[in-house]
Write a protein that binds this ligand. Structure first.
Ligand code: CO
Length: 401
């Protein structure tokens, strides 16, 4: 019996709805047996493509695709200097594809390989935003009517380039000031509680947009509105503030979409300083690292809330879902509603209904890519090649966004 080998690694770039997605296809010596993995770092996709094609592909060719952990560990250390979103995404593309292959070989969904079902579906949180409270309220209502019980609410600060909400800016350039935002947000939640009562679960994302002490003040003020979680009160560079925040308020805290290294998240979990881990799975290296992280979180009462915006490819969402279904300490899943073009490129996109994402019993990650469809959507030309343009305070200081 000849042993199974990795025979090729293809990188597929596609932007069916304008977001630049990078997906890795690992092919094997068994005809028709391949796996898919998400390697999407939409702000620097070409750097990830190079890391895969120039470095990881030659590293894994000829390896046995069954050896997921050994491939992960050796590829991780193969650059000597490691971690970071470029190398982690490249690694994730390979790693998730190997899990997909193993599932197909076992004729089981990946969630079965991870321990089986803890729940039938993964409840989702939807995004509701608006230019003013009324518009946010209408959007919250729209999601509720579709069966959502968890809703993230963001409102535009007049004249400011507000995260999560379209808004105008003064002086013709994207402008942001933290103080008007900090005044406005508690009033938004006062309005939403007065309108919808206590049954609905509400979430909010600060997105590291305010100085740490103002974030602490905001978390305290929001306590009486009983958020499901408050996200990213601090930038990753300021995580020592969690220790102070924790002494001041019982507002549940979610953190982590920008984390790329275990030294960033392990202390926060070990010291019980956060309630939800929000990492972007491909940014920490893939499913192998995420399943360990989820298990580690379980020991410390931290629940999962994997990052799930549109710049996670549907393959990445399928990986999120596998963990959502198999991990006992699942908390919530951020949703992206996949538009029609995206679903055509990715047959088997996870199904969304009644405010939840539902797993299939297809083997592996349960998702495929139609390469002919994918080729119809080359990466668009973007200003600054997709880099984020600066947002500045009134005095001209650039903020973290
Ligand atoms: Co966020």
């Amino acid at each position: 019996m000849s042993q199974l080998r990795i025979t090729d690694v293809k990188v597929i770039c596609t932007a069916p709805n304008g977001i630049r997605l990078v997906v890795v296809k690992v092919l094997t010596s068994e005809p028709g047996l391949y796996g898919l993995g998400c390697a999407t770092f939409t702000q620097r996709p070409h750097a990830v493509v190079t890391a895969i094609e120039e470095y990881l592909k030659p590293f894994v060719l000829g390896r046995d695709p069954d050896d997921i952990e050994d491939i992960y560990q050796t590829a991780y250390a193969s650059s000597y200097w490691r971690s970071g979103p470029v190398l982690n995404n490249a690694l994730s593309g390979i790693d998730q594809a190997l899990w997909d292959i193993k599932g197909k070989r076992a004729n089981m969904p990946v969630y079965q390989l991870l321990g089986g079902k803890c729940r039938e579906c993964a409840p989702l949180y939807a995004h509701a935003s608006g230019r003013d409270f009324k518009e946010v309220e209408e959007n919250v209502q729209r999601w509720r009517e579709q069966g959502y019980r968890y809703i993230r609410a963001q409102v535009a600060v007049p004249g400011m380039a507000t995260y999560g909400s379209r808004s105008m800016s003064v002086a013709g350039r994207p402008t942001w000031e933290p103080t008007p935002y900090c005044r406005l947000v508690p009033r938004l939640f006062e309005h939403l509680r007065a309108t919808f009562g206590d049954e609905i679960e509400l979430l909010h994302d600060i997105h590291e947009r305010v100085p740490p002490i103002q974030a602490i003040g905001l978390a305290k003020e929001l306590e009486k509105y009983h958020l499901f979680f408050l996200e990213d009160p601090f930038a990753p560079e300021d995580i020592d503030y969690f220790r102070i925040l924790r002494q001041q308020t019982a507002t549940p805290i979610a953190m982590g979409e920008l984390f790329v290294n275990q030294n960033e998240y392990v202390p926060l979990i070990r010291d019980r300083l956060i309630d939800f881990i929000r990492v972007h799975i491909s940014d920490i290296g893939g499913l192998s690292m995420a399943r360990k992280l989820a298990a580690f979180c379980e020991f410390f009462g931290v629940r999962t809330a994997w990052h799930g915006p549109g710049d996670v490819s549907p393959v990445g969402h399928a990986a999120n879902l596998a963990l959502d279904i198999a991990c006992w300490n699942f908390g919530i899943q951020e949703q992206t509603v996949f538009p029609e073009e995206t679903r055509a490129v990715f047959p088997g996109c996870p199904e969304i209904r009644d405010g939840a994402m539902w797993p299939s019993d297809r083997p592996g990650l349960g998702i495929d890519i139609d390469e002919k469809e994918a080729a119809k959507y080359p990466f668009p030309d973007l200003p600054l090649n997709g880099s984020w343009a600066p947002i500045r305070r009134l005095d001209g200081t650039a903020i973290r966004q």
